[in-house]
Structures are given as structure tokens and as C-alpha cells.
Design a protein around this ligand. Structure first.
Ligand code: FES
Length: 162
């Protein structure tokens, strides 16, 4: 499956509809298709666009409130676009003691966003997380699947430059 650029989706609302039609064509339209369909939509777009949720509801002959209710029940579903890369900064005790607050401030400064935010170009999303389980490496920052330990301001700048 070729990923489409999220910026393209935002620029052209039709992209959602076209991609959704392709996804729907592989399903029979049974109610049991709801979760797999939402999962596929999220994999495709990185979140559940409103137009896609409406399309799924229509396809399955369910009310939009049911589709919305089911999707909000599961933590795996997101309702706003997320960046191509996700940066997580640990806010656990060990990381806190070793100065992660200043690391987080540096990331916020470099990206111009706060935790829970996404850069306007949809390149980065920033999250703060509870203990990541790598306390010996604190302070810890995770970029996508890569864990960076013993973070410093310089390391933040270096990593984001890449
Ligand atoms: S407190 Fe940050 S990894 Fe455990």
C-alpha cells in the first residue's frame, strides 16, 4: 500500500473520498466490518478523518454517532492528523529527576509545538509519556521506534536536524 502525503489530504478533501472508496471496495458492508474498516482507514491516513467516518457509517448503514461512539471507545483511534514522525519525551520520575523538563522545552522550542501537538507541515507530533521503562538511560526521548538515552540539548538539536 503506497502511503499518501497527509498534506495532500488536507489540501484536497477529495483525496479522502477517493482513498476511502478503494478501502470500502474490499468489504461487504457487514456490521462486523466496522473495526477492521476503521483500522484500515487509520493505517491509510494516520487518523480518522471526519469525511471517512461519515463514509464508513453510510457504507455500513449505521448512524454516524454509533461509528463515532465505537471509535472513541478504543484508544488506538486518533481524530486529528499526526506527524510523519512521533517524538515522545518521557516524563517519568527518573527522567524528571535527571532534567527531562529542559529537554522537553528544547524539543518544544525546536518544533514550535507543545505535547499533543503536530507541526503544520505534519512532519512531527510531540507527546509526553509516562515511564518508558528505560530509566537507566534517563532522560529518555523516543523518535518513532528509536530510543535515545542520556538526552542533552545538543542531542535534541542533532537528532532533529537529521
Ligand atoms: S522514568 Fe523515563 S524511562 Fe523511566
Amino acid at each position: 500500500m503506497t502511503p499518501i502525503l497527509k498534506s495532500d489530504i488536507l489540501k484536497n478533501g477529495r483525496a479522502v473520498t477517493e482513498q476511502l472508496e478503494r478501502i470500502l471496495s474490499r468489504y461487504k458492508g457487514e456490521r462486523g466490518d466496522l473495526i477492521p474498516l476503521l483500522q484500515e482507514v487509520q493505517t491509510r491516513f494516520g487518523y480518522l478523518p471526519e469525511e471517512a467516518m461519515q463514509g464508513v457509517a453510510k457504507f455500513l448503514r449505521l448512524s454516524e454517532s454509533i461509528v463515532y461512539g465505537v471509535s472513541t471507545f478504543y484508544a488506538q483511534f486518533k481524530f486529528t492528523p499526526t506527524g510523519k514522525h512521533t517524538i515522545k519525551v518521557c516524563r517519568g520520575t527518573a527522567c524528571h529527576v535527571r532534567g527531562v523538563t529542559r529537554i522537553l522545552e528544547e524539543v518544544e522550542k525546536q518544533l514550535g509545538i507543545k505535547p499533543g501537538g503536530t507541526t503544520p507541515d505534519l512532519e512531527y507530533s510531540l507527546e509526553s509519556i509516562a515511564c518508558f521503562g528505560s530509566c537507566a538511560l534517563s532522560p529518555v526521548m523516543v523518535v518513532d521506534e528509536t530510543v535515545y538515552g542520556r538526552m542533552t540539548h545538543e542531542k535534541v538539536r542533532e537528532i532533529l536536524k537529521r
